[in-house]
Design a protein around this ligand. Sequence first.
Ligand SMILES: [Fe+2]
Length: 240
Amino acid sequence: MISINDFLSSPLKGVFDGFTDWHCHILPGVDDGFKTMEDSLAVLARYEEAGVKNVFLTPHIMVDIPNETDALRKSFDELQAAYSGGLNLFLASENMIDDLFLKRLESRDFLPLPDKRLLVETSYFNPPVELFETLRKIEKAGFRPVLAHPERYQYMSERKYVHLLDNEIEFQLNLASLTGYYGHEVQGRAHWLLSEEGYCYCGTDLHRQSQFEHLLASKIRRSSLKELKETVLEVSNILE
Ligand SMILES: [Fe+2]
């Protein structure tokens, strides 16, 4: 049902007070995200000003960006040594479901989120062969799959989302999806998934500082902000 709140908007800025970012590419020089230590430290300072509390650094691991877990740990140590601010930083990864992923699954060589949760993504356009079966394999290997930005996958239907949620696959929302940053279709899917209480985690998927400035300056539907606070952020900001 459409309410008056669907026509009103509120600043997104407030959600960053106590926020946990479950997905970003701030670890410098390891993927298509931040390039230099200086840029990474600058955005972390902006995070602090906005009230952010915890940040999971989730660099890509995929066939095209075949990061090794040991090398990422080393980069993370360097960032932590250079950072003197008050944010809690954690290292994890965003794992593309591709041939490299299937290989790593055999050796269980991953950088998971807490409680052995594994952030996974797929192509925006085509589902991987046997997506559902792969998610089951992840569980059999002892991990709990968290699907990154499900609203961005063009091949997904409402029926498929519901099927995944019914099978206890957790979803991570990109905040910028709610602002229309990725277009109206993605925004519509995010509104729908949010209203269905489909998301457990929230992230920025930040690749450069201008994207954070965009979020700070954005307004989103008042009803979505309410749903975001009442559902996702309750779970999402669990790290006290
Ligand atoms: Fe990402």
